[in-house]
Ligand binder design. Structure first.
Ligand code: C2E
Ligand code: MG
Ligand code: MG
Length: 735
């Protein structure tokens, strides 16, 4: 070791000698040499490597190296004499991780100052210094002030702040990033728990953002995300904080909001605003948005549980046709696993021959004669029985087997129609995903050729969502299809991203008015009738036919015919029937269908058949919910309940509704709610408020998200006790 060192020294020493020439005699600075010491310190001060400062026993600055004083004195104003604590401010942006004690306390306690970052405001500019200091204590233990050193750390703090900002904010949109929003939610929930406050969170996913990104390019996608962020910020305002989780996913934290009316309204506004067209470099783009909502402590106590709940709600919202919001409820968990099962089994459905086509007649409004049929896919699952296409088509789109299903449908329908004796047309639904694939045209061509069917008898039903993304391509596809001689219908008109300007250019033969506009069009104060009438005139002007979908009652029939709908489809005439049934119908030649069904549409009353709890006094009963509307319900299961009786219905999931009996007959009662229910985002109803897990906790139970047992425990109602009413088994009565 020593050898190596001496070798190195030997090697380098001649060079030093060469460079320095004659070596000067050593002249050390002695402690007693005050002049040279002062010059040394002076040089050091001027070099900006470090500065000196001193204060008196009253905390006033009595010395600061001149270059340093120059930097922080505004317009040459005197620094010396000012309070240290006035010049050096605590840096409150150091964040939660800082353990630094306030400077004022440290000075007052005459502590030794370990390197401390302080902020100095100089004429609107901020400088950061790191100061250290030691109290000056005399031999007689008297404190006479501080002396210390300081250096400027502004540059490194600024770049550190930038890096921190980057790590907390999304550089594209300026919103909080996933890291920050996750941290924020966790911190908020922890703090709120002890204060028994609630906090909602929303997860948002843009519908068809990918299409814009793919067809218009990534810079356009980025621009779109920026505009989405700006719109979101405007809507949410100071109600909460918004973050971008990545891609086209956003999250909103809404402290102290628990009212589902408020949350539903806000979600709806977000969906509406984000679905308005965007202008990107002079081009138009349209996207949609789905929202999942969960509220702490009801749906989750910890942030992970809450976000999982919101995620399930979002998933349900997307599955429900997109452009919707959904509140979390515990049955979504079961649905998610159900969906997973569908996904597994769907792959085999084609191989196992479990799919079949049913056909629903569409009649002319003039004479109720069948003019065409709509092919609707049915899946006869070996264990589950019939699975609704509303459940499995979205899954097929997601897992990418919609193209196989679609091809099978096109072939099956073409073959079937070719075998029918009349010239009745058949409509085939084409999913937007299928429409986006380049296979569609060749598949249709082959099916037409192989079956030999007259193309004019085949119609393709396409939804408005094909107008999202690349419009030019959509128009080309329409043209190609029309050139083959088939007809085109626009399905579910009015529910999606309709744009009248695209409709003008698209060669549709028919517009199908969605059943949501037919439903309730006879109700006073409902403007669905006006919408139906407007769509009919629009279609006439564009030379297109109209079909009213989902006609269920005679008053709806009368209304849509009065508004001018050309054809009608709905349960009032016929549901979808197996192909053999339709073949027989067509062969019989009796094509006039009689409208058979209820006279009137009954407001928004939903038929139900489920067990719920009923609490009266300190007794709890089991009753059956028969129907439910916003304002009331019909229940069965208690005998001879007097009018005006008040009780609480436990609708499950912490939803309690105070109700008064308005009609009573035998074991059946009509009740009116004290507070109306609200929409749950899909076609269900829910209460605005729920029993809080904090209330359940206050009754001596552990704090956890809502469960029916927890709720039953605090709504009292022992099954025993004194019961005022006799409970009957409704199912047994029915038999
Ligand atoms: P859609 O194309 O709008 O079909 C009309 C839906 O309304 C059908 O539901 C039909 O049974 C139902 N419906 C008809 N009349 C009434 C009525 O009076 N009242 C009520 N409440 N409903 C009525 P379905 O068969 O469950 O199909 C649901 C959706 O699944 C269809 O909506 C369509 O979008 C999709 N779908 C069905 N078959 C296929 C298919 O072969 N391919 C594709 N891509 N999608 C399909
Ligand atoms: Mg359809
Ligand atoms: Mg439809």
């Amino acid at each position: 070791m020593g050898g190596l060192l001496s070798k190195l020294k030997k090697k380098s020493s001649p060079k030093i000698a060469e460079a320095g020439g004659e070596t000067a005699p050593l002249a050390p600075i002695l402690t007693s040499d005050l002049e040279r010491r002062a010059r040394l310190l002076d040089g050091l001060e001027r070099s900006d490597l470090g500065w000196f400062w001193a204060s008196d026993d009253a905390g006033r600055l009595i010395y600061l190296s001149e270059p340093a004083a120059e930097r922080i004195s505004e317009n040459g104003e005197e620094i010396v004499g000012r309070q240290l604590a006035d010049i050096f401010k605590d840096d409150d942006e150091l964040g939660e991780s800082s353990t630094q004690r306030p400077l004022k306390f440290q000075l007052a306690a005459r502590n030794s100052l370990r390197p401390t970052t302080v902020k100095i405001d100089v004429g609107g500019r901020t400088l950061w210094w790191e100061i250290s200091g030691a109290p000056r204590i005399s031999e007689t233990e008297d404190f006479s002030g501080y002396h210390g050193i300081a250096r400027d750390v502004t540059a490194s703090i600024a770049s550190q702040r930038d890096a921190e900002k980057l790590s907390r904010f999304d550089s594209l949109t300026g919103l909080a990033n996933r890291h920050r929003i996750t941290h924020k939610l966790a911190a908020t929930l922890t703090a709120f728990q002890s204060a028994k406050r609630s906090c909602a969170t929303m997860l948002l996913d843009l519908d068809r953002f990918k299409q814009v990104n793919d067809t218009m390019g990534h810079p356009a996608g980025d621009e779109l995300l920026k505009q989405v962020a700006a719109r979101l910020t405007r809507i949410v305002g100071d109600q909460g904080e918004i973050g971008r989780l990545g891609g086209d996913e956003f999250q909103v934290i809404l402290p102290d909001i628990e009212d589902r009316q408020h949350l539903g309204d806000l979600s709806e506004r977000i969906i509406q605003m984000l679905s308005q067209p965007y202008s990107i470099n002079g081009m138009r783009a349209v996207i949609g948005c789905s929202v999942g909502v969960a509220v702490a402590p009801f749906d989750g106590i910890e942030s992970e549980e809450l976000v999982k709940a919101a995620d399930l709600a979002l998933y349900a919202a997307k599955g429900g046709g997109r452009g919707q919001y959904r509140f979390y409820s515990s049955d979504l968990r079961d649905k998610a696993s159900h969906r997973h099962q569908i996904e597994e089994d769907l792959r085999d459905a084609l191989l196992k021959d479990e799919l079949e086509m049913h056909y629903q007649p569409i009649v002319s409004s003039k004479d109720h004669k069948v003019v065409s049929v709509e092919a609707l896919m049915r899946w006869n699952h070996s264990e589950r029985g019939m699975v609704s296409p509303a459940d499995f088509i979205p899954v097929a789109e997601e897992v990418g087997i919609i193209r196989e299903l679609g091809e099978w449908a096109i072939n099956d329908v073409c073959n079937r129609v070719a075998s029918w004796p009349t010239d009745v047309r058949a409509a085939i639904n084409v999913s937007a995903v299928q429409f986006a694939s380049d296979d569609l045209i060749p598949i249709v061509k082959r099916a037409l050729k192989k079956s030999g069917v007259n193309p004019a008898r085949i119609e393709f039903e396409i939804t408005e969502s094909v107008f999202v993304g690349d419009i030019e391509r959509a128009l080309r596809m329409f043209k190609d299809l029309k050139e083959m001689g088939v007809r085109l219908a626009l399905d579910d008109f009015g529910t999606g991203y309709s744009s009248l300007s695209y409709l003008r250019d698209a060669p549709f033969d028919k517009i199908k008015i969605d059943q949501s506009f037919v439903r309730g069009c006879t109700e006073p104060g409902n403007n669905n009738a006006a919408i139906v009438s407007a769509v009919v005139s629009l279609a006439r002007a564009l030379n297109m036919e109209t079909v009213a979908e989902g006609v269920e009652t005679k008053d709806e029939l009368e209304a849509v015919v009065a508004q001018g709908a050309v054809s009608l489809q709905g349960l009032l005439f016929s549901r979808a029937q197996p192909a053999e049934y339709i073949t027989e119908l067509l062969e019989s030649g009796e094509l006039i269908l009689e409208p058979l069904g209820p006279e009137k549409y009954r407001s928004d009353r939903r038929t139900e058949f489920r067990k719920i709890g009923l609490v009266h006094g300190d007794s709890r009963y089991d009753v059956v919910l028969r129907n439910l509307s916003k304002t009331g319900a019909k229940i069965e299961g208690l005998l001879e309940v007097p009018l005006g009786t008040e009780f609480v219905l436990d609708l499950g999931g912490g939803q309690l509704a105070v109700a008064t009996v308005r009609r009573s007959e035998g074991f059946s009662q009509g009740v009116e709610f004290e507070t109306p229910l609200i929409s749950d985002g899909s076609d269900g109803l829910c209460t605005r408020h729920r029993v809080s897990p904090y209330q359940i906790e206050a009754a001596g139970r552990p704090l956890r998200s809502l469960s029916d047992e927890g709720v039953a425990a605090i709504t009292g109602g022992s099954a025993g006790g004194h019961r005022q009413f006799q409970q009957v088994d409704v199912a047994a009565q029915k038999r």
